[in-house]
Design a protein around this ligand. Sequence first.
Ligand code: NI
Length: 201
Amino acid sequence: MKLEILTYPNPILREVSEAVINFDADLKQFAKDMLETMYDANGIGLAAIQVGRPIQMLVIDTRPKDPENSRFEDEDQTELEAKIKQPLILINPEIVNGTGKTTFDEGCLSVPSFFETVERFESIEVRARDLDGKEMNFKVDGLLAICIQHEMDHLKGTLFIDHISFTKSNRIKNQIKKNGYPTREEMEAERKAKKKALEKA
Ligand code: NI
């Protein structure tokens, strides 16, 4: 079942998510619904709070996508990334170590149509649980590491627009409060036009 994705400035997005205690059938169904919702929106990651449930659960799939429908077609997977089976479902995730710095033009399904450069750890070690409550530990870099850090921010009520300069952040927040967001059709048209312009350049 497709769920509704909440967008900024919905105050629910600022809630701090709680650890999952019951690894039951309801959780498995919810993970399925989150994946369906994420794929439908052409996203690469989604946190439970983005669909209104304040629990520490993320679904992620950063594998290269169909270029027609995604802006992530050019991201080559790193060796570490390729080792991790996706889609990835992370419950009660923690970053136990982070090294290096990298930047990426991040976007968010909860702040659609806006993109800003954000700095993150280049490489991270993650500890989390799977849907059965089994602990997993892994090291990863590349787009997957960036995505995990972005999604984990949601669990603390933080959005990528909180990481950029105060001036830029305020400009975006005011623009959204004043004009709202473009429709999905408008965003698609804009993305395709940008891509065409890039191809011609
Ligand atoms: Ni996000």
